[in-house]
Write a protein that binds this ligand. Sequence first.
Ligand code: TYD
Ligand code: MG
Length: 459
Amino acid sequence: MAKEKTTFTCTECGGTSPRWLGKCSSCGAWNTLIEQVAEAGPGKNRLSTPQGYAGLANAQPVLPLAAIEAQDVARTPSGIDELDRVLGGGIVEGGVVLIGGDPGIGKSTLLLQAMDALQRAGLPTLYVTGEESGAQVALRSRRLGIDGSQVQLLAEIQLEKILATVEATQPAVVVIDSIQTTYSDQLTSAPGSVAQVRECAAHLTRMAKGTGIAVILVGHVTKEGALAGPRVLEHMVDTVLYFEGDTHSQFRLVRAIKNRFGAVNEIGVFAMTEKGLKGVSNPSAIFLSQHSEPVPGSCVMVTLEGTRPLLVEIQALVDSGGPSPRRLSVGLDKDRLAMLLAVLHRHAGVACMDQDVFVNAVGGVRISEPAADLAVMLSITSSLRGKALPRGFLAFGEVGLAGEVRPAPRGQERLKEAAKLGFSVAVVPKANAPKKPIEGLTIHAVERVEEAMNVVRGL
Ligand code: TYD
Ligand code: MG
């Protein structure tokens, strides 16, 4: 009997196929089949169901939770404050970090800087480069002013060779740049395929857990904005960091979207300079564009993802569209935009049915919190009416389908930050209105969308 070596499993429905197919024959989803190495020998793929399990394995001891000592994880700060902030304090022993982002956004730059800092702090490091040659990395290090660095470099893409080198050199931290270029001979699928990426990441994760070596994986983002390898990597690792920001602007955000060792949504802010990435310790005002006069279609909001408030300008352009008008959003959720347009129509009588609507969060920042709703709506109406919001204006608050304006978490902090930066008028949800007035800031507390529109009209 011919031994079946590999099968293909659908990541959507779990259906299997002996061959790779573009479309899953069970659920009809496209590009979801991934290769898996089947265990050799008959019967290994299915669990038998005996009468009892005692013959198969011994029962394992169990302990009450209270009897287990909680151990603090050992962290080593990388010395790059903004990176340590998103990591939750530093590199964790045996921790696996995945760092994703568009090409050219600065992943390799940041990690080379971090490895150099760790090496200088006395931690042995290994930088595995599969994307660039050793000479190219050396060139970058010269640009970064760290060409005298003791960071160990390995230009290799084969997983087995990488693992053998790690075993032989015993570093404390390994960077794999990138996981997509890493491949294993044991799989027949091409380097960069989902199966390869997943298997390689699984091996590296196992190695990290077994040895206490921290592993940092660099991952590429697909055109759709997801890490290649349909999120499988995100489940496997301890920490997922994403680079955000516009490659054309100077600023970059690194956001923790998952962290087993720290807070999620924490943001680190960097500026790309001639000499690499520099942390921005006071970033609240960098996502505002500088208009000399207030312009229609612009509304500032305060976002608070992580621990620091950040002022971000939301821009909208409403323009007469064709028979099927377009709705486009950059940095904001597209479905949410459609919902807000419906709420605007139903509850505030503002119709954009025959208009193209574009919205954008300035500076390449991505806002996922619903507190942006009110600012999105106000910028849309401002553009539609061609009337600018007054200078020093800001708004935030979540908007519900019934037209109610719901509070945003930690409203006081947001307002204080805005006042500090010289903002003078705010429209906020009623529950976020401060008990004591904030100096220099006139606050209009609203409960409904209509109310917010009326306040703005009267300004
Ligand atoms: P890089 O770290 O190679 O991006 P990634 O690994 O995410 O693909 O970043 C490359 C970009 O950064 C490139 O366009 C040049 C720019 N850069 C600087 O502006 N200053 C620097 O000191 C360095 C090293 C790169
Ligand atoms: Mg790179």
